[in-house]
Design a protein around this ligand. Structure first.
Ligand SMILES: NC(=O)c1ccc[n+]([C@@H]2O[C@H](COP(=O)([O-])OP(=O)(O)OC[C@H]3O[C@@H](n4cnc5c(N)ncnc54)[C@H](O)[C@@H]3O)[C@@H](O)[C@H]2O)c1
Length: 314
């Protein structure tokens, strides 16, 4: 689009490898920086996505997770105020907690445990939303808040324990696929390119559209169906093994995307099978490059072994 892009990351869960292909582009710049510290740069628009996003990662250092959401939001909002930039916040469906409503509309206030192991993420993101709306009311900042539902795609971290990456890594290795409960719990999965299109539509919408706006794919699949689809697409010999359902696992999660459709003209269009094909191709390459004998479960890097044994979390 002809913009100059300054990418800011402390590489807590991200990696330089994911942006290596952009490094020769003169319009792209990469800065290693932690958003919990102030940043002094000149910008017109800010997309604040910095935050570990999977339970394994955000529970690893929960205090830092809250700091990233809260101090990170304060620092980015301060930067937006000084430069008069428009600012986008990557919020999450986790602000709805363990919901009593299904699907969840933006008007639902949520049911979040403030003192549990997930609270560092859920409450951090809720506080970030509060800060965004206070900067909007108090300083007239132009804000755009998106509540993102389960999104997957190439360049995901292989060890983050999320259900899509777990199943793909296990299937590529012909290892047992770990299914929690009877596999009838449902999730809806959004392909990353659809989500980014939603980001761009929200960011270019008129100033009175502040959000929060749900962005996600409302088509529901059971976790059992996801496992079968991954096995079929990878031609895997993996079989399913069933383990007890963890106590805090939501039975269902699905976005109500009426606002995104009516105000942004956006909806997710990539079918799960197509998005999975791109994601499987990425993990296949990644495992092969790491010297992992992808089709043989005997040779495994210790790092990726963690993903296969970790709990599936969506
Ligand atoms: N993927 C999803 O399903 C999903 C769902 C809801 C919300 N989100 C939100 O979207 C954003 C991106 O998520 P993702 O799935 O791409 O995860 P990700 O882990 O791939 O991306 C997060 C990035 O933030 C960086 N980061 C973390 N702490 C930082 C800090 N203190 N300073 C600077 N950079 C920092 C990480 O290194 C990483 O590159 C996150 O804010 C997440 O909460 C994602």
């Amino acid at each position: 689009m002809g913009h100059d892009v300054l990418c800011v990351d402390n590489f807590y869960t991200g990696t330089k490898r994911n942006v290596a292909h952009l490094m020769t582009n003169p319009r792209f710049e990469l800065v290693r920086h932690d958003v919990t510290f102030p940043l002094y740069v000149e910008v017109d628009e800010i997309f604040n996505l910095a935050c570990p996003a999977s339970p394994i990662h955000y529970q690893n250092d929960p205090v830092q997770t809250t700091k990233t959401s809260v101090h990170g939001a304060i620092n980015m909002l301060g930067l937006a105020k000084r430069t008069k930039a428009k600012i986008f916040q990557a919020s999450t469906s986790e602000v709805y907690g363990d919901p009593e409503m299904h699907p969840q509309p933006e008007s639902y206030w949520g049911r979040v445990n403030p003192i549990g192991v997930r609270s560092c993420y859920d409450e951090g993101k809720r506080c970030a939303e509060t800060l965004f709306f206070d900067y909007y009311r108090q300083h007239r900042l132009r804000i755009k808040v998106a509540r993102i539902f389960n999104t997957y795609g190439p360049r995901m971290h292989p060890n983050d324990g999320r259900v899509v990456s777990n199943f793909i890594v296990q299937a590529l290795r012909n290892e047992p696929i770990t299914l929690y409960g009877d596999g009838s719990q449902t999730r809806s999965f959004c392909y990353v390119s659809d989500l980014i299109e939603g980001f761009m539509k929200l960011m270019s919408s008129s100033d009175e559209i502040t959000g929060p706006v749900n962005l996600g794919n409302p088509t529901e699949f059971t976790i059992g169906e996801l496992a079968e689809l991954v096995i079929a697409l990878t031609n895997s010999r993996s079989r399913l093994i069933r383990l007890p359902l963890p106590a805090d696992d939501p039975r269902q999660r699905r976005p109500d995307t009426t606002i995104a459709e009516s105000k942004l003209g956006w909806s997710a269009t990539t079918p799960l099978a197509e998005g999975l094909k791109h994601t499987i191709a990425y993990f296949d390459r990644l495992l092969a490059e790491r010297g992992d004998a992808v089709r043989s479960p005997r040779v495994q890097s210790a790092e990726i072994r963690g993903a296969a044994t970790a709990r599936n979390v969506a």
